[in-house]
Design a protein around this ligand. Sequence first.
Ligand code: FAD
Ligand code: SF4
Length: 518
Amino acid sequence: TRTLAIVFGDQLNHDSALFDGFDPARDRVLMMEVAHEATYVPQHAQRLVLFFSAMRHYAAEAAEKGRPVNYVRLDDAENAGTFEGELARAVARHRPERIAAVLPGDWRVARLLEGAAEEAGLPLDMLPDRHFLSTPEEFAAWAEGRRELVLEYWYRHLRRRDAILVDGDAPVGGAWNFDAENRESFGKSGPPEVPHLRRFRPDAVTREVMDMVARRFPDAPGDLDGFDWPVTHAEALVAARDFFDGRLADFGRYQDAMAAGEPFLWHSRLSAALNLHLLDPRHLVARAVAAHDAGEAPLNAVEGFIRQIVGWREYVRGIYWLKMPGYAEMNALGADLPAPAVLWTGETEMACLADAVGQLKRHAYAHHIQRLMVLGLFAQLLGVDPYEMHRWHLSMYADAVDWVSLPNVLGMSQFGDGGIVGTKPYCASGRYIDRMSDHCRSCRYDPGKATGTDACPMTTLYWDFLDRHAQRFSANRRMAMQLKNLGRKPPAELEEIRARAARLRDRARDSAWLPPRA
Ligand code: FAD
Ligand code: SF4
């Protein structure tokens, strides 16, 4: 059967199920750069370059493997601007008898593909994405009948299934989890010397894409200069080696720490390459286990890293496919503010926020604790609509794809799902940031104060958040201590907190930046 095989920008593995039985004499690969996908939310210039450049490199590699690629460039005069439009044009060109695609990373694109195939009167084969360790079906079977979908049990299921760091049925080292060893901060002296991070200089293909992005999307948020992402399989492997050689050993202990002016610390910075499928998660797991076996990295670091890849990454994807499309509509806390402008500009006297947004603009990257405990925390405490926060996320991060951003943002960080991904909201005051970073030392605000002109906005908003949701959380035992402390606040101070928080919210509402959701 003559097949049109679609490769989306986040499906760049050459061993994709799409190529089982692919016949170069008969079949065609279709790859599309379309304006709609680059503009449905405004996107960081580096994110656009990353996707388009990686796609172009992949297409060249596929052609070298003898797979004929029909590649539609963004600047082709005939470009229809949408996946549907380009699919219709490709069908007219190649007259396929069948369309094949691997399950996309976005529910919206999967539906769109079904619609386009129906429109063309062609059968659509939606194939499993073999890049991942698990399938949505396997996750659904695991979830069946469970009252709570706890990450830990899903993670153990996969560790046992694939015999990762296990001894028979028991975990290596006697425990499944070493999180308690993975919460060090850098203390008052700041971090020891941070390892050098391998960067990738743009080649001719990337430079051409950079020129195109600068021309076509002059208003794209974020800096284009300084683009240094790996864009090929070979570069992604070098980036992975750089992490294993230089940072894995201390990855665990510093996993939760933050330091001003240090965007990457001991993190791997591999998420973007992974999410484009330039790296195979199995390879990373095997390398991490090998580092442990060779005594190059301690178990808490190796297990901590594997937990992220095998646990969290597979878990959030399972949640996404299990709960979509309803998941995107969830807003358990009734949060209704737009994402405030400061999340794009970084123009604020809040040192923690300014640092995180500043590096996002420079690198299209923030590490996990900044996402959760600075940027996400600020939005949650303020009361930003969780889907709006997800849209902001898609707009600013190189590694954001719907399946991974939505459960992390709407679920984990904003508690919009009301407790599917986590059993309580990650809410904390400025004191937490003070404990885990050196930001507060250079900030004009005082993390211990909730009222007064130098009160930390995080701290004011924290108490206000608890106050606004006290009723809702009264039955949640994990919130009992926090609510008890709220109960100790004198009524006059609470009044002041409410008034100051209302002013902060008004300011945020007035500074909306994203166009309203279509
Ligand atoms: P490391 O700290 O080195 O971790 C190793 C790898 O583990 C990552 O590369 C990633 O592939 C995986 N991983 C770790 N945590 C998660 C997680 N919670 N979910 C899925 N994979 C995980 N990750 C994305 O890939 N894309 C996103 O759009 C995204 N949005 C997030 C939004 C919020 C609010 C939060 C709290 C987390 C989000 N994450 C997202 C998860 C995590 O923060 C990033 O994967 C990580 O910061 C990427 O940097 P790194 O590669 O240096 O990660
Ligand atoms: Fe952030 Fe508050 Fe600390 Fe300033 S005082 S850095 S606003 S937590």
